[in-house]
Structure formats: C-alpha cells, structure tokens
Design a protein around this ligand. Structure first.
Ligand code: SF4
Length: 736
C-alpha cells in the first residue's frame, strides 16, 4: 500500500477526505441556475438585451421590464457569445442593485462620523481639497485608481478629466491586478495589446491548452463553448491543482507550482528537436527565432522533468500533440498573469503558438482570457498606463494627435507614464501622494499583502471613494464617498475578452441621489472649471463618437461602428472595424500573418527563469496558492455577496485546502479551524483536506478579505502585476 493510500485510509477513519475541491461539491446541483436551461419568456415588447456586468465573457442577458423597471432576466439565445447560457452571477445580476447598503447620498467625514451632504457640497469639497493638495505639493501629489468595472465611455471621461483637466500625472486601474501581464506580453510580442481570438476558436480547435485557468468555474460559459466543439479536442490543463477543469481534461499536467515557464521552454525545445517547427511561418512572420533556439539549450527533458515533475515521456507526448496538431489553441489567465515572472511566462506561451504557426487561423491562438467585464475597455481607454485609444504618453506624435482630436492644448497631456498601482501605494506610504480618488474598486480588500493597507491609506490627506456601496472595506476608510449608479442603472459599452463591444442600458433607477459615474465626473469637471475642455462630452453616446476618432489608424480602429444601436443590432461588434467595413459575426486577428510591430513580425521573447521571491521552507514550509473559489463569487464579493442565491452557492467562510499527507504531517483535521500564517500576518480559517492540491502546497480562495493578509507584495518586473499565486505559509490547528 502506498504512503498516499495509507494517509487517505487513516484520514477516512478519522475525518472525511473529500474527492474534489470544496466548491466543486457546492456547485454540482445549481438547480434553476444551471447553465443553458430554457427560461420562461415574457412579452418581447417588455424585454431589452444588454451585456452582463460581472466577467469578461460578455454574455448577453434579456432584461424583462415591468412599468419600465427591470423585474427579471434570462440569457439571450441570439447572442454569439453565450448562445442562451448564463452562469449563476449572470442570473442574479439584478440582485446587487437592491442591496440595503447601497450608497444613496454623498457622505463626508466630519470627525469620526460620515455625514450626508448635497452633491454641490461634495463636488465643492472634492475640488477645493484636491486643488489645495496640488497647489501645495505639485501634480504628482494626487492620483486616481480606475477600474475595469464601469463603462468604456465613463472610464475615458474619468481618465481625460483626471489627467487633462485636473492635471494629474498618476492614475492606474484595478486591471493592473488581472491583465497587466497580458497587456505587456502582447505589446512586446505583437506590437499592440491585441488578444487575437474569437470564442469560436474554442469550438474549432483540435488541441486546447488551458494554462492556470480554472475555466469551469471562472469562465463557465467559455467552458460550455469547449463542450460544443465537435472535433473531440484534446484538452490539456496545466495547473498544479486538480481543479474542476483539470478533472474534465483529457490530460492534466499537474506541474510543480510555479514551474510553468520551465515547462514551456522544455516543450519548445522538444518541438525544435523533433523538427516540428512551422518553418515557413517562423521565417516569414517572426523575429528572434535563432536566439530563442539557443536559449532553449539548457531546458533538456531531464531538467524539465526534474523542475516540473512531469515525466520526460509525457513531455514528449505533449510536445508532439502541440507540434503536429493542425489547430492548437493556448488559453491562459490568472495562474500565469499573477506570477513573479508572469510576462515571460505569457510570452513563452506566445512563443509556442509562433513556433508552430498556430495563430491567425480558426481554432488557434495565444489567447489571454480577461477577468473583469470591461478590463479590455480599461486597457484601451482608461488613460492610465496608455494614452486614450492605445496611444503612448511618451510619444510626441500620439500626444499631438490626441490633443488635436480633443481640441485641447498638447501641454495638458502628460509626457511621462504614470506610476503603476504598487508604486502609487508606495508613494502614499512615503507621503509623496496625499490625495487619492478610488473609483469602483476595493483595494483595501483586493490589494496584495493587505495587512498594512489601512495604515497606508491613513497616510493620505484626502481619500475619495466613488462606489455603489458605502460599506466596502475601502469606502469605510474614505473622507468623501460619492454614491454611484451600478450596471443596469446607466448606459454605455463594455468590451469583452474577444474584443467585442457590447451595450449596457438603463433598466433600473439608481437609489436615492446616486448618479452614474459619467454624471459624477461631469459634475466634478464642471466644478473644477473644465466645462470648455469637455463641452463635447455631454453623454456616453457623445464620448463613444470621440473614442471612435481616437481609435483611427490604431490597431483597435472601430470607426466603422456607428453607435450603440449598431452594436445592439449586430449582437456585439469586435474591434477592429475601420470605417467602411461591415461587421462579421466572428473576427480573429493576424490571419494574414501581419503583426503590429514596425516590421509586421511577431517577436520571440525569453529570459532565464527568475528566483522565487519567497520559496517555502523553514518556519513557513508550505506554498500558498490563491484563486477563484466558485462560479457564484466575484472578486471581493462586493456585489455577489448581496445575493442570497449566490451566497447559498458558495462557502460561507474562508477555508484552506490541504493535501492529506500534509494534513497528516501537520496534524490538521478536515472541518476544524486552522491558523494560516505568513511573514505578513496570520488568519484563522476552516481546513478542508483534499488531494486536489499538491503535497507541499495549500489553496485559499481570494474572495474573503482574510486571504490577502497573507499574500506577498511582489510584482512582475515588466507588468508590475502582483504575484498573488505564491507565498510561503505555515499551518497549525487552532487549539479548542
Ligand atoms: Fe456570463 Fe460572466 Fe456574466 Fe457569468 S458573469 S453570465 S459568464 S458574463
């Protein structure tokens, strides 16, 4: 009998050992919230379609109105994204609007108390206090933190007002936490931040490689698209955990945690060695192959086997599947993006697609799956790390172009890049940044290593939080809370993972005196004295027309989209769509092999693996992995926590998944309280003993605020995205 079996037997005699992750058992019977069920129909004249405001899949939902107000919703059968399906969050999208902790009035801190004030007073306080800080400490003393959760037109207005109107230099977004790595990887490899795929590629692949992606619960509708693939694809899941998705795969590569970069270099070497390189494609459409081939020399099968834990024969089998497959698609998400060498890992995936010519054709691509509903919009139009429309702040021609379109002095556009999110927080901590405006995000919960976050924000002279709820961990620290309307209470566009514009509409009234983010920014711009600068920015539709002009001659050019109605009529429209072109149902990039670099060639980019910033060992012998807990939970649960249905579909407490052998070693019993400690702090959670986590690692979901008290504040040096997926911890039973 193996040691493992002994451990299982021992634990089964003492406590229950579970056959899967905790959430796989919770989501097995979702009842009426199951995927793809036929909904009850209501009269068509009382229904309007709009895209979901949670994740980047961008499903369309039919919202059924009674007396002009949303009363219910059902998934849209006619939309090319979700084809009549929705996940539990989509079904419950209306519930968070009715929460009792909605912010309904502007709130101003007076002493320890938050006091209701009028919008005029709120705008006046915002203006006078921010201006006072800027006058005393200069333009780098105030920053803003934007979001991937509001409409594209709102984030464009926010970024334009903050940088061109208020004169700020620094602003970043919560997309730094999820997509910065993909952005950086694409920009360097393809010349522009351009995810190349359509969801149809899920249905057209022969081999689907999912890396660090628990698609079944994180993007369930995309998983459903895989299930529609008629080609019986090989599904290879690369993940140290036996996730819900790994359980459904044809092959699960259960690599040693954080050995993905070595795995991809090892596979690339095998593809080269076995003559499986698509030489014509590489010669005609790429740069840097020779250097890459030399770089691969040290990634022998023996080395790769030792580092990843995957047997050499299996490595050869996978390399041949990828190298000889006709249609191979690679998909990655946070397991890659949130690592300490994330950018090079994403590019190692891109390199495999380039080596084998798997790009630009049906069922192929090096495809990053986005997180938030409008992370893609943020990447193009938040005016944070890029100048509006995917332009560069440091490029004088770009500044001149944007200034001309907006009819503003070119000097009002910063000629330097913003500090990244972590650098802004460092600036707050060091006292250089004294005013912070946080919009539709909750960093006091979601930022990595949050143990000291409250004390960092306490360094500020003035913290403004603009949010739907007054109760978020961040809003509770604010000096001024600006109550915002939510999804369903305003109009605008969102851009999904496959570059598809979708429309959201007003189907419900915002409570109290909450305003749309668009109107809040308009009010603040007016009070600031920027009426003239933003005279064309009267409605979201107006801003959409300005954004079209800004996209001209960029890879994301969408001058051919007429207006919101056009998007609605077509069932969403993917960029690019230059003027004069007609939308197609599905559109992928690079079908002609032309990339966005100056020589139109994609680049092989690579680097030796970096040292683990906090390897397990000594007092902290286990590696903490974090990730999504269930399909019913969204990030910090600010919204999903408001739905009783979604709460019933997800754990009511934070928990730690631990392997039976580690549980045996550290005396941990399933269902009992355990203390989890890292160098940053400790938390008490419930233990869940399961072999789905590898020995030597433990897993905690990201949705409870406790998890980020443990994580290590370390960022990838290129994308500055935090490395949420790994830090060293110790576990011990809490004494009764
Ligand atoms: Fe679709 Fe994502 Fe909304 Fe679920 S949360 S319905 S997968 S867009």
């Amino acid at each position: 009998m193996s040691l493992y079996q002994k451990a299982v037997d021992l634990f089964q005699s003492r406590v229950r050992v579970h056959d899967g992750p905790l959430t796989s058992q919770l989501v097995r019977t979702p009842g009426k919230f199951g995927l793809g069920q036929v909904p009850d129909r209501v009269a068509p004249d009382a229904t309007t379609a709009m895209v979901c405001g949670f994740c980047s899949t961008g499903c369309s939902l039919n919202v059924h109105l009674r007396d002009g107000e949303a009363s219910n919703l059902t998934p849209n059968f006619d939309y090319p994204v979700n084809l009549g399906m929705a996940c539990p969050k989509g079904w419950e999208a209306l519930a968070p609007l009715a929460a009792t902790d909605r912010a309904t009035e502007p709130l101003l801190r007076v002493g320890e108390e938050m006091t209701e004030v009028s919008w005029e007073q709120a705008a006046e306080v915002f203006t006078s206090r921010m201006k006072a800080i800027l006058q005393t400490h200069g333009p780098e003393s105030v920053a803003f933190l934007s979001t991937g959760q509001i409409c594209t037109e709102e984030m464009a207005f926010l970024g334009a007002f903050a940088k061109f109107g208020m004169g700020l230099v620094h602003g970043d977004g919560n997309t730094r936490q999820c997509m910065a790595t993909a952005v950086r990887a694409y920009k360097e490899s393809f010349g522009f931040d351009a995810p190349p795929f359509s969801y149809a590629d899920f249905e057209q692949s022969d081999v689907i490689v999912l890396v660090g992606s628990n698609l079944c619960i994180a993007h369930p509708i995309m998983w459903q698209r895989i299930l529609r693939n008629p080609r019986s694809p090989e599904i290879i899941v690369v993940d140290p955990r036996r996730t819900e998705t790994a359980m459904q795969a044809t092959t699960h590569l259960a690599i040693s945690p954080k050995s993905d970069l070595i795995l991809f270099y090892g596979l690339a070497r095998l593809i080269v060695e076995r003559g499986l390189v698509e030489e014509d494609f590489v010669a005609a459409h790429t740069n840097g192959f020779e250097g890459f081939r030399d770089h691969l020399a040290s990634f022998t099968s023996e080395f790769t086997e030792r580092e990843t834990g995957i047997a050499a024969e299996e490595l050869i089998r996978i390399a041949e599947l990828i190298g000889s497959g006709k249609r191979v698609s690679f998909w990655w998400t946070m397991g890659v993006n949130q690592g300490w060498e994330a950018t090079r890992t994403a590019q190692a995936i891109i390199n495999l697609a380039l080596l084998t010519g798997n790009i630009g054709k049906p069922g192929t691509g090096a495809n990053s799956i986005t997180g938030q509903c409008n992370a893609m919009g943020s990447r193009l139009f938040s005016n944070t790390s890029n100048l509006l429309g995917g332009h560069e702040f440091t490029n004088p021609e770009h500044r001149t172009k944007v200034a001309k379109i907006l009819d503003i002095p070119v000097e009002s556009i910063p000629d330097q890049n913003s500090l990244a999110y972590d650098q802004i927080l460092e600036g707050v901590k060091a006292g250089r940044i004294k005013g912070l405006w946080v919009i539709a995000t909750n960093p006091a919960h979601s930022w990595i290593g949050r143990q000291e976050f409250s004390s960092v924000l306490a360094e500020l002279d003035f913290l403004v939080v603009q949010d739907m709820y007054h109760s978020t961990e961040t809003a509770r620290l604010a000096d001024l809370v600006l109550p915002a309307a939510g999804w369903g209470e305003k109009e605008g566009t969102l851009i999904n993972s496959e570059r598809r514009f979708g429309v959201v509409k007003k189907v419900s009234r915002a409570p109290g005196r909450a305003l749309t983010d668009f109107n809040i920014i308009r009010l603040l711009a007016t009070t600031w004295g920027c009426c003239e600068m933003f005279r064309r920015w009267k409605t979201p539709s107006d801003v959409f027309q300005i954004m079209k002009e800004l996209s001209a001659e960029q890879p994301c050019d969408f001058g051919g989209i007429e207006d919101f109605d056009h998007i609605d009529r077509e069932g969403g429209i993917q960029w690019p769509l230059p003027k004069g072109q007609s939308p197609e149902k599905e559109r992928r990039l690079f079908h002609e092999g032309a990339f966005y670099t100056p020589d139109a060639r994609a680049r092989f980019l690579y680097e030796s693996p970096a040292a683990d910033p906090e390897p397990p060992g000594g007092e902290y012998p286990l590696r903490l992995l974090t990730g999504r807990g269930s399909s019913a939970q969204w990030h910090t649960q600010t919204r999903t926590g408001k739905s009783g249905v979604l709460r019933n579909l997800s754990p009511a407490y934070n928990y730690l998944e631990i392997h039976p052998l580690d549980a045996l070693k550290y005396g941990i019993e399933s269902g009992r309280e355990v203390k989890v400690a890292s160098l940053r702090g400790s938390v008490t959670v419930q233990a869940f003993v399961t072999p789905t986590v590898p020995e030597g690692a433990v897993f905690m979901p990201m949705h409870e605020e406790t998890t980020n008290r443990l994580t290590l504040n370390f960022v990838d040096p290129y994308s500055r995205q935090p490395s949420y997926k790994s830090c060293a911890v110790a576990v011990a039973m809490v004494e009764k």
